[in-house]
Design a protein around this ligand. Sequence first.
Ligand SMILES: [Zn+2]
Length: 261
Amino acid sequence: MTTLLQRGRRGERLDDLDIVDMHGHLGRSPFGVPDLSPASLVAGMDRLGVATCVCSHTHCMYAGPSDANAEVLDAIRAFPGRIAGYLVLWPSGADDVRRQAERYLDAGFAGVKLHDTTGFRYTDPAYAPALAMADERRMPVLLHTWARAEQFEEVRRLATAYPRANFILAHSGVAGSIDAYGRLAREHANVHLDLCMSLTPCGHVERLVEAAGVDKVLWGSDALFLNMAHQLGKVLAARIGDDDKRRLLSANARRILGRET
Ligand SMILES: [Zn+2]
């Protein structure tokens, strides 16, 4: 039987896997990316056979223009089913956050993305209305993480306070922290781990799956910052079974986006 790795090495499109990228980006940024257009993202997905990419605007990281989410909404509407969206928020105040969340979650965004290079903690009270809405609607909340103890503490607090929201920790296992991320995912049913990373050590995917359990691991590429093919290749080449690869590339994400867990 042909394995997924063999198919990847042949350059086959893996359309039949219904692959979901749970960590993508759109929008201008200070990074040197030549083409950040939604069409460029979808062209890359087509080359690999990726079905859906859930994107946030790059202004999750910086104070940006107020129309950042509108730009992502345009992309969702231009590529229905292919591009989905995470709402990004600047915690200027609870009322403002509530207005943004009501407007965009009602308009069809799939979840919320928060980044703490903004200088604000994930437990900042201004975020609370959006997190409460994500909880009510059983939506995913993607959090940028980098294995910092205070981030783990914030995740524990949020996962407990909003038990129906599904928290996804980006860059899980970075800098030798696989066991710590695995513990967190096993402690909380609603904490999941994403795989996107610029430099992934050999054995990382296998060890993260072992530490957290395969149902808690999600594929994310960080496209268009990182190359989606490179991020997919490390999963295809991981020493885990093809059934496990299918779960972390597709089934786990579909369960979360379908709000089944
Ligand atoms: Zn990212």
